[in-house]
Design a protein around this ligand. Sequence first.
Ligand code: 4NP
Length: 148
Amino acid sequence: MSKILFVCLGNICRSPLAQAVAEHYAVKHQLNWEIDSAGTGNWHEGKAPCEHSIKIAKENGLDIANYQARQVTQKDFKYYDLIIGLDESNINNLKDLGCKNPLKLGDFGFNGEDVPDPYFFDGFEGFDKVFNMIETATLTLLKEKFPL
Ligand code: 4NP
């Protein structure tokens, strides 16, 4: 069983979307994967994803309304086979916390670009672009790392 963890800052906007895309892919292909997401920060521990992420997920056939934010732990670094940061600051935070080899989502089809942090976007505008980038990069990563 492969175990995959997506990590952003708050675990309420971006990494839940990557988690949902990966879970959908695993179900579709009947893969016995364990997939989760977490934040390097703990401000939103136990909270549902932000309303705009719930909305863009729903528009794409994914239900993330019941996800709950959590902070990444040391245990995660041993447990997961792949730990994937959504932007460079997530990667740096993960390394500071002791994660040895985090991957960067933007390295899969986006020349290492950061997934923009939509937390301070003005409303819903831009969430579709963020979702499309996360979806494409996540599927590229999964296909590359785990060829069917
Ligand atoms: P995320 O977005 O890292 O994609 O979940 C953020 C959520 C919360 C905050 C920053 C980014 N915050 O500063 O609380």
